[in-house]
Structure formats: C-alpha cells, structure tokens
Design a protein. Structure first.
Length: 118
C-alpha cells in the first residue's frame, strides 16, 4: 500500500484557503502518446472559469470513452505547466491505489461546475 509520509510542516488555515480547488466536468479526453508516462489529455469545463486543459496519468483505471461527463476536483491556481509540447492549465487531483495507479478525486454527488472546495 502506498501511503505518503506525514506532512513536513503544518500550514495555517489562511494558507490552505489560498489553494483554489474547484469541481469541473471532463468534456474531452484524448491520447497523449508523447508523455513520458502513460497519460491522457483532458479538457475540463470549470463553469465560470471556462474550459481548461490538463494532463492526467489515469490510464490504468479509466478508458478514454468513460471519462467525458465525469466530475473531478482540480487545483486551478498553480499556474500553467509545460508537459512535453502540451500546456496544462489545471491539476486534476487523485489518489494512488495500492499499485501507485491514480484514482480520480470526485465529488460524491453532482455539483455545479466551478464550485469551490470548502
């Protein structure tokens, strides 16, 4: 089982509030053959924030066909990250399973796109 160690330091509540985690719906998923590790390119509808691009290493648990329509939690204020020739705009979040493969973090029910994690 892969469980990361305890955090190195405790952060303040104000510091946590600076992290902008919002829900979005995957509207498109495509292959990302140029990625060093198996991954998909995702387009995520974040409501008032618009549609944003992301790359996610989720190929073990999800097929391209089943991803559109899934709601996911995204960190929206990390800035853009160049991944090969692809520019990722948000971080789609997930958890590593016992094999280190990523399982998406999702709300338990449907909520409006762009809703902020409280």
């Amino acid at each position: 089982m892969h469980i990361p160690p305890e955090p190195a330091e405790i952060i303040s509540w104000q510091h946590f509030e600076q992290t902008d985690i919002r829900v979005g719906t995957i509207v498109e998923a495509t292959e990302f053959p140029e990625a060093r590790k198996p991954a998909y390119k995702l387009m995520v509808d974040l409501g008032p924030l618009g549609i944003k691009r992301s790359s996610a290493q989720i190929t073990k648990h999800y097929s391209l066909e089943e991803l559109p329509g899934k709601q996911v939690l995204c960190v929206t204020n990390l800035g853009k990250k160049q991944i090969g020739k692809y520019m990722s705009e948000v971080l789609v979040t997930g958890f590593a399973d016992d094999n280190g493969d990523i399982v998406l973090a999702q709300p338990a029910g449907t909520v409006p796109n762009g809703s902020k994690l409280m």
